[in-house]
Design a protein around this ligand. Sequence first.
Ligand code: ADP
Ligand code: MG
Ligand code: MG
Length: 891
Amino acid sequence: SKSVYTFGGLRQAQAERGESDPRAKDKTITGGKGANLAEMAEIGLPVPPGFTITTEECVSYLQHGADFSDELRAEVASALAHIETAVGKKFGDASDPLLVSVRSGARVSMPGMMDTVLNLGLNDKTVEGLAATSGDMRFAWDSYRRFIQMYSDVVLGLDHGLFEEALEIAKEDRGYFADTEMNAADWQELVAEFKVIAEGELGHPFPQDVNEQLWGAIRAVFDSWDADRAKVYRRLNNIPGDWGTAVNVQAMVFGNMGETSATGVAFTRDPATGESHYYGEWLVNAQGEDVVAGIRTPQYLTKRGREAARAELPSMEEAMPEAYAELARVFDLLEKHYKDMQDIEFTVQQGKLWMLQTRSGKRTAKAALKMAVDMVGEGLIDEVTAIKRVDPMALDQLLHPTLDPDAPRDVLTSALPASPGAANGKIALDSDLAERWANEGDKVILVRVETSPEDIHGMHAAKGILTARGGMTSHAAVVARGMGRPCVSGASAVSIDMGARTLRIGSREMKEGDVITLDGASGEVMAGEVPMIEPELAGDFGVLMEWADKYRRMRVRTNAETPADCRMARQFGAEGIGLCRTEHMFFDADRILAVREMILADDEAGRRKALAKLLPEQRSDFVEIFQAMAGLPCTIRLLDPPLHEFLPHRDEEFAELADAVGVGVDHLKRRAGELHEFNPMLGHRGCRLGITFPEIYEMQARAIFEAACEVTSQGGDPVVPEVMIPLVATRKELEILRALVDRVAAEVFAEKGATLDYMVGTMIELPRAALMAGEIAHEAKFFSFGTNDLTQTALGVSRDDAGRFLAPYVDKGIYERDPFVSLDVDGVGQLVSLAAERGRETLPDLKLGICGEHGGDPASIQFCEEVGLDYVSASPYRVPIARLAAAQAAL
Ligand code: ADP
Ligand code: MG
Ligand code: MG
């Protein structure tokens, strides 16, 4: 098949006769830019004629490294002739030369690729012809100097500073400030200087042969695909290395032909707000990238934009009403054609408009949402398209209060954006103080070197969390995301002096009680209070969510253990609790003492005594949760973490406990020492606690059933508790513990003279459990994939220690993404699908869900859909993300 496709001019006529080749408009063949140029030409828009060399040629060039084939040279020659005919000028003709631009263009727009070369085809002879035919000496020599400058930089690899410096000196010598003051003779002199500079660097003259210029530029575009900066960009954005780039060669049009000429960039809607008005910038008498290069201040495209910014220079709408009207017509045509907001590049040559590029424009989350909803209203797209068009992760930006973008910021340091949202408050250096201040009604930011499970109450009380150490998957980051607290982690510029209760952030000395602001989306830490804007959950957001709910198959639940989180999650659309971690309830100040008493008790009788104190507390927790969830399903996980996580550490904590229990401090310390484990993650935790200390699970089961009976008897929607046993590896474990739960349920029902439906199920979070799922399903009514632990145990990687090596692993491409953030579908995913399959073989209506962090990750949600899970469960703030991602996965 062909390697070169022409567009514009004759091709347009051919297309109108129905002779178009679909490859010409296929982005994989002609790249994004080329495909869209061909398409614009075909719908009759004014596009300078040109041709595109395919990405396939690039791939074969890079593979064989050989010279260009004769076939390619012949195709290019005939495509060039096509342009010549269309324009009525000849490439290299000394009297009336055709000039072209050479532009790269991969499938997706990709920074790092070769910069465009403009005005190619100029040399010492053709520049005279250009001057003669245009009747504009200044324009011709300005174009020539631009060409030498660009070609030397982009194709020949010379230092562009050399040329810029020469231009600066030329202006200085003549007493000029702006480039516009340079006249024809000045540019001509500068061209002579540029040629001397180029020859000095190259060791041979600047190429005068226009064909050599053209092939040099083509080669440079191909080579740029494998340039380091392109490779880095591809790796960061998951773009395959074997796509290659196309090359576009296009007849030049000139925006630098005086006051009736111009160049500009525009969006068909506002890319920041999504509002439906044109938005853009332009410059009179300028070429190419001048608008974005910042050499001159660009002018506003519309009168509206100019007035809003109170700018003085006229808008295009005012200065060139005719060309602007034409442009507006093109905007509308393009939006109707592509059914999306377009990002456009154009040039006006002596009053005539030319289109040089169009593509779907980048946009903020807010704009994406508004445009998707608006376009459905306008009948431009349907609901399914709207759902697919919004990136679920982008919703994160919209769900949390954000900093007022117009407010000044006094930035102290910048670190990892571990959990999104913004918060401000008084610095508290420990969790007890954070909790006390919060109870007194203050806003608090908890600042720690790093956090541990003992900081849960402080994190809960705080508006935001800042840690000096730890990565994106550190305790602070994971817990903060779960709680929806903004968090900045790994801020190495923070050093804390606990003795003096002071700290230093960056170069600033601060003390406990000083106010700071965190931006968990950017990782910035600021002094003082930066004003905030509240999220908007109704409006466009609500509309899109409704559509998503209509099209998704999977249910979306939440991971929550406080009534406040439950209510929040329901506001976000949660349809139940997928994971209620009961241990989080054990840390509260009013019960940690009883928990410690239980753990350190010498025997079962001692444990039962302490558990009796905990029972009413747990029961009231569940009552509140069941009430908040109003009849929606609630999966409650029995105690999971290693017991020693609850142990006292400081002397005064031991003393307090000794007082309360009436035992000596030394005795308690010895018991605590006995509980030490070398590898707690694989130690005495999960259902192993229930097997060895059944009274703990008995108490929890009793609290659950008593609460369920209480809430149901109050006339609320009937509660259907789902009791979940963690860390099961064998059928026998579950058999024993299920019997325990059933026995307690029967006892409670007998006492209450009531009965209600409930389920017992298990987490699948150990590889053995996944493999034995067929057996285990005999004892379970549901499986919930605990993919955090399943990932840890399948990979043999401790999440809490992974910070040191996981980032380099991802950088080197060993793992494509952090497997704790996005499920390792290839590996861990096999365990999930195998367990789902084997489980359902045993019990066809086994309920399947996922409750790891992955339940809020769109790529993992896609996988859950493929495996056929019934629901995903995510932290409250991730619920809307999961709703949208589940809809996208189902479509
Ligand atoms: P990028 O991919 O970096 O946007 P482009 O290939 O779009 O690079 O070129 C950058 C700019 O160069 C365009 O926006 C346009 O202003 C100018 N340009 C490219 N080709 C031509 C041409 N044939 N005539 C006039 N200007 C051109
Ligand atoms: Mg462009
Ligand atoms: Mg677990």
